[in-house]
Design a protein around this ligand. Structure first.
Ligand code: ADP
Length: 205
């Protein structure tokens, strides 16, 4: 943009930083602390299912939450992104930035994204800040996810209709040190949900 044009536009913008309500004030208003739960795991591992149930339970306790689901976000803010390495990284960067906005509002944010590499998750943690970030590894073996095939994507990936599908022809790097490690094939959904709730409750009140 021409400098003249930028100057003309800025002339009508009057930031009022001293009146901006900060995170603490918003947290007091909501009577809760903001937190980001970052759900990582294969497609169909259970990230969204667990997050939705956690959201319901927390709502019943009067806590305000927001679920950010990778699939939903890809149809909106990230609709211009594909599945190349670069686009995947950008997908995660934006989900992390949006999570941070909710966090600054004092909202308990549940971000669900495969986020297959350590590098991506490290970036998300850095954007959000380590003290506000809980990594939830939804650890379900590939065979179980594939048998569930909730969205029919594994069948398509095996048939070569989808390329770079995590677990099939793209790697998933398991988090070595997740804050919460949920092995979904070993426990019913209710127990998986409880594991997350136990970790969250003490941090958000
Ligand atoms: P993701 O969001 O990781 O892609 P989804 O939540 O969409 O995965 O799908 C997970 C599927 O696995 C759902 O159909 C869910 O009902 C099923 N499921 C079976 N057992 C569990 C469990 N213990 N925890 C979470 N999901 C489970």
């Amino acid at each position: 943009m021409e400098k003249q044009e930028t100057d003309r536009r800025m002339k009508h913008i009057h930031p009022v930083f001293d009146q901006i309500m900060g995170r603490e004030e918003k947290e007091r208003l909501l009577n809760q602390r903001g937190l980001v739960l970052w759900f990582t795991g294969l497609s169909g591992s259970g990230k969204t299912t667990i997050a939705r149930h956690v959201e319901r339970e927390l709502a019943a306790e009067g806590l305000l939450t927001q679920v950010l689901d990778g699939d939903n976000i890809r149809t909106g803010i990230n609709s211009n992104l594909g599945f190349s390495e670069e686009d995947r990284q950008e997908n995660i960067r934006r989900i992390a930035e949006v999570s941070r906005l909710f966090l600054q509002c004092g909202v308990v944010t549940l971000a669900c994204a495969i986020s297959p590499t350590r590098r991506m998750r490290a970036m998300a943690r850095e954007i959000i800040s380590a003290e506000d970030f809980l990594e939830v590894f939804v650890d379900t073996p590939l065979g179980v996810c594939e048998a569930r095939d909730v969205k029919g994507l594994y069948r398509k990936a095996r048939a070569g209709e989808i390329r770079n599908f995590t677990g099939i022809d793209a790697a998933f790097e398991a988090p070595p040190n997740p804050d919460i490690h949920i092995r979904t094939e070993e426990r019913p959904l209710g127990e998986c949900v409880r594991m997350v709730l136990d970790a969250v409750r003490s941090r958000v009140r």
